[in-house]
Design a protein around this ligand. Structure first.
Ligand code: ATR
Length: 293
């Protein structure tokens, strides 16, 4: 892990990550590398918070003079009642991944996953406006992706193993973005084979294929990718998942989940510091931390 390059003093600005556990988080490496690169007297600390102390942890940020924090599993929804207000993103996604503490003590929450995802698509020159996009999954990660895509004007289809969760996700995002159109389809091989002919972009927002289950894929093995041109996998451990390898062999352009991870972090960093984040430094730090395991 990247080590701090400066001594901590009473002047050091503090941010951190609240989760349970947080020991595997790549965020401390990513954010501290960015502070070091800019010569800033800031530190980002892992804050393991048991589920029974979530309220005390959120209010404690203010008491302890923190500028803010990231929030990770399992607290992304649990922190909400203790915040003074939420941005429309956090409201729509129903989860907070970034807390900001203002000088006057007000604490607000937002969610940078949607912007992180869209910024990464932009960086890869992938246009989604008007495009038919097939999203696999209906959990927390899928929520951010579906909201981001709908806001950007994509025509979104959701497929999820538990169909009811996909229906509920579409219903909730439709309430905040009434102009957006959604379809919900079954997660079966037959259904996905059919949908592959009607979509140009595929996004995996399920956890299937994540280490250690690296030979698993959310896409049916008997099926090609039809008219799909771009496959985006939110999984980043491993970088090249089974899904991306199969898609690459079919001739699709593939994008791994590292960019979204880096860019959601970069957006949090921007909110806390008010400065333009050094995205490339943050990416390098995450790549290094991943290599070190
Ligand atoms: P996250 O916050 O990472 O999205 P989550 O909310 O637990 O985590 O959601 C995990 C997603 O992966 C869900 O869409 C889940 O499908 P279900 O809603 O049916 O549970 C999906 N998922 C997990 N394991 C899966 C598997 N073996 N096959 C298909 N989908 C799976």
């Amino acid at each position: 892990m990247a080590s701090l390059t400066h001594a901590l003093t009473a002047h050091t600005r503090l941010v951190g990550i609240i989760g349970w556990p947080v020991k595997h988080s790549l965020s401390p490496s990513m954010h501290n590398a960015a502070f070091a690169a800019r010569g800033m007297d800031w530190a980002y600390v892992p804050l393991p918070v048991s589920p029974k102390w979530v309220k005390e942890a959120v209010l404690g940020l203010r008491a302890l003079g923190f500028r803010g924090a990231n929030v990770t599993v399992p607290h992304k929804e649990q922190v909400i009642p203790f915040l003074d207000h939420l941005t429309p993103e956090a409201q729509a996604i129903g989860a907070v991944n970034t807390i900001v503490v203002e000088e006057d003590g007000r604490i607000w929450g937002t969610n940078t996953d949607a912007d992180g995802f869209l910024n990464d698509l932009l960086a890869h020159d992938v246009q989604v406006e008007g495009e038919p996009v097939l999203v696999l999954g209906a959990g927390g990660a899928a929520r951010a992706v579906v909201y981001a895509l709908a806001r950007a004007g994509a025509r979104v289809t959701i497929a999820n193993r538990t169909l009811g969760r996909a229906v509920e996700l579409a219903r909730q995002i439709h309430m905040v973005l009434p102009g957006a159109s959604f379809r919900v389809v079954e997660f079966s091989a037959e259904s996905l084979t059919r949908e592959a002919e009607a979509h140009t972009i595929l996004v995996n927002a399920t956890s299937v294929g994540m280490w250690p289950d690296v030979e698993a894929s959310p896409w049916p093995s008997s099926t090609g990718f039809g008219r799909i041109k771009v496959v985006y996998d939110l999984v980043y451990r491993p970088r090249l998942t089974r899904l991306l390898r199969d898609a690459q062999a079919w001739g699709c352009r593939v994008i791994d989940g590292l960019g979204m991870l880096v860019r959601q972090g970069a957006e949090s960093w921007r909110l806390w510091t008010g400065q333009v984040p050094p995205v490339d430094i943050m990416r390098q730090a995450v790549e290094e931390a991943l290599r070190e395991g």
